[in-house]
Design a protein around this ligand. Structure first.
Ligand SMILES: Nc1ncnc2c1ncn2[C@@H]1O[C@H](COP(=O)(O)OP(=O)(O)OP(=O)(O)O)[C@@H](O)[C@H]1O
Ligand SMILES: [Mg+2]
Length: 242
């Protein structure tokens, strides 16, 4: 393949991460950020949107649980990022599926697969209407937790990811470490970024590595993930003490 035919890369917005990804996410792919509680998943996805929206790109944030509802507030207190301003400027759109008006809330009356079907329809219509270049879903587990059969789970995950790929949006989707659901979600993704912590004695470091990236080489190292008042970045150093 000639160089010019290489698929376009979309910058993650995280300093140091694009180097690990050999240039960024491929345009139109589904990129999963996987890690335990408090490892930085929401910040990574929010920064992906923030950097895109500041650059004039149209972005969309899809909130699927009560826990992800406070993104606007958290990004302001953590880093001073003004998401409301980006919404006013038209570069950021929020879709909150917990909003009762959408009648999409996880409810005992709705069968889990019906919820996912409605979710697919909803994101399809929102993406068609708003035409975002970047989509962030925080997080995916609320949608899939109630699915009992692994076979069904795999099919439904592929269905939801298929909608995102169809519209050629570049998406970041978070998943927590929960009942093996994260592994199933990772199988369906085009790339997986793993976030964690490394404890050596009393030293605690955040860590990051690229678990997979379809169609691309990656830097195969565990590196330090830094979160400061300026946001998130990846340092070219090991989280393990020498
Ligand atoms: N300005 C800051 N400087 C340093 N660390 C920060 C700053 N703001 C937030 N953090 C850290 O980031 C972590 C939260 O990251 P984030 O919310 O992205 O995690 P998460 O993986 O989404 O967690 P959850 O599983 O609860 O959704 C917190 O533990 C917090 O200490
Ligand atoms: Mg989170």
């Amino acid at each position: 393949m000639a160089d010019t035919e290489k698929p376009e890369r979309i910058k993650s917005g995280i300093d140091g991460l694009d180097e690990m990804l050999h240039g960024g996410f491929f345009k139109g792919t589904v990129n999963v950020v996987s890690g335990g509680s408090g490892t930085g998943k929401t910040i990574l996805g929010s920064q992906f949107l923030y950097e895109g929206a500041k650059d004039g790109k149209k972005t969309m944030c899809i909130i699927t649980s009560e826990e992800s509802k406070s993104i606007i507030k958290e990004m302001r207190t953590s880093f001073g990022w003004d998401f409301e301003e980006l919404v006013e400027q038209g570069n950021l759109v929020f879709v909150d599926i917990t909003d009762p008006s959408l009648r999409l809330q996880k409810s005992v009356e709705i069968a889990p697969s019906e919820l996912i079907k409605s979710f697919k329809k909803l994101i399809q219509s929102k993406i068609e209407k708003e035409k975002p270049e970047r989509v962030f879903i925080d997080s995916i587990e609320a949608l899939f937790l109630a699915i009992e059969s692994n076979y069904k789970l795999r099919t439904l995950i592929d269905d939801v990811f298929g909608v995102l790929r169809k519209f050629d949006v570049t998406s970041v989707i978070t998943v927590g470490k929960i009942f093996g659901l994260d592994e199933m979600v990772e199988y369906g993704a085009d790339s997986v970024i793993k976030l964690d912590r490394v404890i050596t004695g009393n030293n605690l470091q955040r860590s990051v590595y690229v678990m997979k990236m379809r169609g691309s080489g990656t830097i195969n190292e565990v590196r330090v993930l830094s979160i400061s008042d300026k946001g998130m970045s990846v340092l070219a150093q090991s989280p393990y003490l020498e």
